[in-house]
Design a protein around this ligand. Sequence first.
Ligand code: ARG
Length: 592
Amino acid sequence: MASVPSLASTVQQRLAEGLSAALPEAGSADPLLRRSDRADFQANGILALAKQLKGNPRELATKVVGAIPANDVLKEIEVSGPGFLNITVTDAAIVRTLAARAADDRLGVPFDEAAGTTVIDYAQPNVAKEMHVGHLRSAVIGAAMVEILEFTGEKVVRRHHIGDWGTQFGMLIQYLIEHPHELDHKAEGADTEVSGEEAMSNLNRLYKASRALFDSDEEFKTRARARVVDLQAGDEQTLALWQRFVDESKIYFYSVFEKLDMDIQDPDIVGESGYNDMLAETCRLLEESGVAVRSEGALCVFFDDIKGPEGNPVPLIVQKSDGGFGYAATDLSAIRDRVQNLKASTLLYVVDARQSLHFKMVFETARRAGWLNDEVTAFQLAFGTVLGKDGKPFKTREGETVRLVDLLDEAIDRATEVVREKNNEKIALTEEEIVENGAQIGIGAVKYADLSTSAVRDYKFDLDQMVSLNGDTSVYIQYAYARIQSIKRNAGDAVPTAHPELELAPAERALGLHLDQFGAAIAEVAEEYAPHKLAAYLYQLASHLTAFYDQCPVVKADTQEQKENRLFLIDLTARTLQRGLALLGIQAPERL
Ligand code: ARG
């Protein structure tokens, strides 16, 4: 594992040396380097510096350029405009840096041995309820952040905070007691496993039936409420039935996660019930420290800046006046557990933006209680709403929430059609491969659509657009990858080899410079919790490849060296695409 500094950072370094040699009075000024269309890079830092030193920017710039020590990275530095530097690097420097990346399994991306521990709360569906597109977003964005953070060296603990506790279980359990065969499986006794679909349809039926009874039958309502008390008191028979609901739901959750090609592990599922033993103590600690106060019998935390529509304070209710604990007490207990037992330095919550006020209050409460502080911080990676094509929250025509499974199946079907249509004698996919690729492309398309816009923005769920071969889609990126693999197969015995002595065509330089930014892109994505920036990076990489492919023949290159060098460039491109897609949870089929 050898991390490879990017060319941008090398250039930055050279400029900084020139700056401090030419202008020692400037201290360690930032040359403000960025990629540019004019040259490879542009540095604007001297303008501000000139103002500060009351000098002529062009003169200072010329002086800085003169003071840069001789090196083999910079080909040309031109002072332009009011005092910018336009910087071109040598072709050899590009190829050498890329060769160093190619020699490393991690493509030169640094691994921070001393990184912290992030506990990430994501993929948190609710027991006995259908998963919807909101749960999809949390799962997809969360899984990408897990991979990205781990890739940078962060220790990551996954927590699936499933909704497995609450008063609704009184109604469900009571109904099951009175209708004992409602959760039995058709397949029971047979060898066939219960499908997620069957599990969910059982739960759904039971949920609807018990809800209907609860709303219409006062006596059932009374029995259901008494059952809540039994559940909270830990009555054995009641708990055993509760566990059946949890187990049945997990069969369903796992089937959806499997379809999503997502690895969810049982020990990481620590639902709301997992913190029951801590709730009373959490309340006691908050009350004793004065962070929470009794108000009309409830235990509340107040905030100066959080007010209702009439200007009245809106508190966080930690314990209700009837003694019951709610969502907030659970989240505060989970914070204590994650900080004190899991030794987290960062808590990351991938949760719908509509819960932002809740988390704002919970985090502030935890800070006042001392559970969060400068060393241990919490952040909600909030995501927006999934909209239908009409721009309204995604619903079926009948106004019901769309079943996640139906959506995924439809995406897979559409993608399979795309693969089938594109198939020909040259690609020669078997039916089995068409189906396999269709699944990878369909699921990839759903994930990519979710990941490619900034999480907090709403986005439109549009399957036609998602599986399109053109535009900013995963399919486009997957085709770029498969195209490279096909070129490599047709390259005969030529082996990808870096040739720094060759002159590069403009499309090769553009591709190379973008490849070199992979590590910087990953660092930014991890730092900002912004997977959409990785999606953008990969889409640009695929676009650079398309331009390269149009302008630079590989198999029919002019010389053997050029062929090898081009193979080297596209091979590194393929590896970068594959790695980047994998971090987003998306597979790259070898042949498409
Ligand atoms: N189960 C909740 C829902 O479906 C999300 C849980 C979010 N995580 C948390 N620690 N509160 O909305």
